[in-house]
Design a protein around this ligand. Structure first.
Ligand code: PEP
Ligand code: MG
Length: 586
C-alpha cells in the first residue's frame, strides 16, 4: 500500500482501478532500412495494417455516432478517408518499395510531413487536423507492431485515469465512458482541467509530480478528492474504511440537499444569491436540484474545445436556448469566449506563446478574431429574446477593450434589427474583474458596465504572480491574501457607489471561509459549481453579515497571508464549527 499526495481539485472519494494514459509518442519512428527483397512482403504488411485500421475506425464511427452524435463522430470519417487517400498512400508505398525502409518509418515520415504542412497552413481547418494526422500515424504504427490501440471507450467500469497531464477537452470526454475519477502529475487548483472535473463531478487530484511513474494499469487505487490523497494497492482494512466514508459522505449529501429549497440568508436577514458556473447545458439539472437560482457563469469556450470545427451561430444559439429552456425564467449569464492560455485552440497550440497567460487570450483573442466573436455575439443577442440573458466579457484590462466589445455588440444589434430578428435591446452587459488593473480602476469601469463579476481564479493568479496551473507554486495560490482582499473590496465599493451588482464567480467563492469574507466585503451574489452549493448555503445560513464585515476588515489589515488566514479560520471555527473545521479548499 502506498500513499501519494497531490492537490485536491474536485471533491469526492472513489475506489477503482488505474488506467495509465500514456503520452502518445508512437507516431515518431526513426529511419530503419529493409532488404530490397523483403519490400513486397513489407508492402503486404502495410496493406494488412491499413485494412485493419479501417475496420477499427468503421466500428468506432458506428459506436460513437450513437454516443456522441453524428457531428462529433464525423472525425472518424476523416481518418478513414485519409487511409484511402492516394496522396498519402503513394509516398508511403514508394518509400517501402523503392527506398527500402520499414512501413513504420514510411508512415511516420509521410504523415509527419503532412502534419507539418497542415500546421503552417493559413486556413485553420487544415491546422485543426494536425492532431488527427498524428493519431492516424499512431494507429497505423500500432497495427503494424501488432499492439492494440489505447481507447478510452473500451475501459472497464470504475476506471480511474492516471496521466501526466490532461487537456480540458480530454477531461470533458471522460463522462461518456466508465471513468470515475482522475489523477495527474501536473496541474494546479484552478486549471481548466480541474474546473471541468468539478463540472462533471469527477473526483480528481492533480499536481502529484510523478504518480505516472509509480503505478501500473489495473492496479487498485483510491482517490480522495477532498484531501488530495491517493492510495495505491489499498489493503482490505483501508478499502473497508473508505467504503464507510463514501457511505457517510452520501448520507451527508442527502441531508445538505434538504437545504436546496431554503433561501441562502444570513442570520441577520441578508439574502445572498447563489448561482452556478457551468460549461455544459446539461449541468443545469443538477444545479437546479442543488438549489441554484440561475447561471452566473456559462463558460462558452467548451463549444470550441470539444468540436473539430468552429461552432456556427446556430451551434451557439442552440446551446444557449437549451440553457434558457432548462432554466425556465431564471437568469443566464453568458461569458463570451475565453480561449487562450490553458483553454487553447488547435491553432494556438501549434504556435505556442512564451507566456500564454499573459498572451493573446480571452477578450484579446476575441477582439483579434472579430468574425468569430461577432458570430457569438449575434447568437447571444438572439437568445436574449427568449429569456433573462446577460452577457459579460472576460479578462477586461483596459477600458478600450470593454468599449470595443460593446461596440461590436451594438453593431450586431443593428444588423439584427435590420434583418427583423428579435433580441433584447436592454440586455445587461457586464465585465469580469480578473486582472488587478481592472480592480484598481473599478470606479472608472463602473460608469460603463451594468455589472461586475469578480473572477478570483485569474485575479489571484495575476495579483500574486502564481500560475494557476503550476503545481510547483500551488502553495502560494491563496485568495485569503490581504492584497487580493483589498482588490475585492475596491471592486465591491465601486459597484456599491454606482448601484451596480457585484458577484464573484471564481472557484474560491465555493470555499465557505472565502465566501464569508466576500459577504463581509459587500458581495451579494456568489456563482460556483453546483456540487458546492449545499455546503455553501449551510455556511451562509449560519453567518451574520455584520460579523463577516468585521472579520473581513481585520483580515485585510494584516501584513501577510499567513496571519489573515489563521485569523479568519480561528474566528469562523468558533461560529460554525461543523462547517469551518479548520480545513479549507484553499
Ligand atoms: C476566473 O478567472 O475566476 C473565472 C471564473 O474564469 P475562468 O476560471 O474560466 O478563467
Ligand atoms: Mg478567468
Amino acid at each position: 500500500m502506498k500513499r501519494i499526495t497531490g492537490i485536491p481539485v474536485s471533491k469526492g472519494l472513489v475506489i477503482g482501478r488505474v488506467y495509465l494514459l500514456e503520452e502518445d509518442r508512437s507516431f515518431r519512428v526513426g529511419p530503419q532500412a529493409i532488404n530490397a527483397q523483403d519490400a513486397p512482403a513489407q508492402l503486404e504488411r502495410f496493406e494488412l495494417a491499413r485494412m485493419a485500421a479501417i475496420a477499427d475506425l468503421d466500428a468506432l464511427h458506428e459506436e460513437s455516432t450513437g454516443e456522441m452524435g453524428t457531428e462529433a463522430a464525423k472525425i472518424f470519417l476523416f481518418h478513414i478517408g485519409a487511409l484511402n487517400d492516394p496522396t498519402i498512400l503513394k509516398p508511403i508505398r514508394s518509400m517501402i518499395g523503392d527506398d527500402h525502409v520499414t512501413p513504420e518509418y514510411a508512415t511516420s515520415f509521410t504523415l509527419k510531413k503532412l502534419a507539418d504542412r497542415f500546421a503552417k497552413h493559413p486556413d485553420s481547418t487544415f491546422q485543426s487536423k494536425v492532431d488527427d494526422l498524428r493519431d492516424l500515424a499512431s494507429r497505423l504504427i500500432r497495427k503494424l507492431s501488432g499492439k492494440s490501440a489505447a481507447s478510452l471507450s473500451q475501459v472497464g467500469e470504475n476506471t480511474i485515469i492516471v496521466a501526466r497531464d490532461l487537456t480540458p477537452t480530454q477531461t470533458a470526454g471522460f463522462h461518456r465512458h466508465h471513468i470515475i475519477g482522475f489523477v495527474t502529475d501536473l496541474g494546479g487548483r484552478t486549471s481548466h482541467t480541474a474546473i471541468v472535473a468539478g463540472a462533471l463531478s469527477l473526483p480528481a487530484v492533480v499536481g502529484t509530480s510523478n504518480i505516472t511513474a509509480q503505478c501500473h494499469d489495473g492496479q487498485d487505487i483510491i482517490v480522495d478528492g477532498n484531501k488530495g490523497t491517493i492510495i495505491l494497492d489499498p489493503d482490505e482494512e483501508t478499502i473497508t474504511q473508505y467504503k464507510a466514508l463514501i457511505q457517510s459522505a452520501e448520507e451527508a449529501r442527502i441531508s445538505l440537499h434538504e437545504l436546496a429549497n431554503l433561501p441562502a440568508i444570513t442570520t441577520d436577514g441578508v439574502e445572498i444569491e447563489l448561482l452556478g458556473n457551468i460549461e455544459f447545458a446539461d449541468e443545469i439539472t443538477r444545479l437546479l436540484d442543488d438549489g441554484g437560482q440561475g447561471v452566473g457563469l456559462f463558460r462558452t469556450e467548451f463549444l470550441y474545445l470539444t468540436g473539430n470545427t468552429l461552432p456556427t451561430e446556430e451551434d451557439h444559439f442552440n446551446a444557449y436556448k437549451q440553457c434558457i429552456d432548462m432554466l425556465d425564467g431564471k437568469p443566464l449569464t453568458i461569458r463570451t469566449i475565453d480561449l487562450g492560455a490553458d483553454k487553447y485552440t488547435q491553432q494556438q497550440e501549434e504556435t505556442p506563446e512564451r507566456n500564454p497567460f499573459l498572451g493573446l487570450r480571452s477578450i484579446r483573442y476575441s477582439l483579434q478574431n472579430q468574425k468569430m466573436f461577432r458570430t457569438q455575439l449575434r447568437a447571444i443577442l438572439r437568445a436574449s429574446a427568449l429569456g433573462p440573458v446577460k452577457v459579460m466579457f472576460p479578462l477586461i484590462t483596459n477600458i478600450s477593450e470593454f468599449r470595443s466589445a460593446r461596440y461590436f455588440l451594438n453593431e450586431e444589434m443593428e444588423e439584427l434589427a435590420e434583418d427583423g430578428i428579435e433580441y433584447n435591446p436592454n440586455i445587461e452587459v457586464g465585465m469580469m474583474v480578473e486582472v488587478p488593473a481592472a480592480a484598481l480602476m473599478a470606479s472608472a469601469f463602473a460608469r460603463e458596465v451594468d455589472f461586475f463579476s469578480i473572477g478570483t481564479n485569474d485575479l489571484v493568479q495575476y495579483t500574486l504572480a502564481v500560475d494557476r496551473t503550476n503545481e510547483r507554486v500551488a502553495s502560494l495560490y491563496t485568495p485569503i491574501h490581504p492584497a487580493v482582499l483589498r482588490l475585492v473590496r475596491d471592486v465591491a465599493r465601486a459597484g456599491r457607489k454606482r448601484d451596480i451588482p457585484v458577484s464573484c464567480c471564481g472557484q474560491s467563492a465555493a470555499d465557505p471561509a472565502f465566501a464569508a469574507l466576500l459577504i463581509g466585503l459587500g458581495v451579494r451574489t456568489l456563482s460556483v459549481t453546483a456540487s458546492s452549493l449545499p455546503l455553501l448555503k449551510r455556511a451562509i445560513r449560519g453567518l451574520d453579515s455584520k460579523r463577516c464585515e468585521r472579520i473581513a476588515k481585520r483580515a485585510i489589515g494584516f501584513d501577510s497571508e499567513a496571519e489573515s488566514s489563521s485569523y479568519v479560520f480561528n474566528r469562523l471555527r468558533k461560529i460554525i464549527p461543523e462547517v469551518f473545521d479548520g480545513r479549507s479548499v484553499f
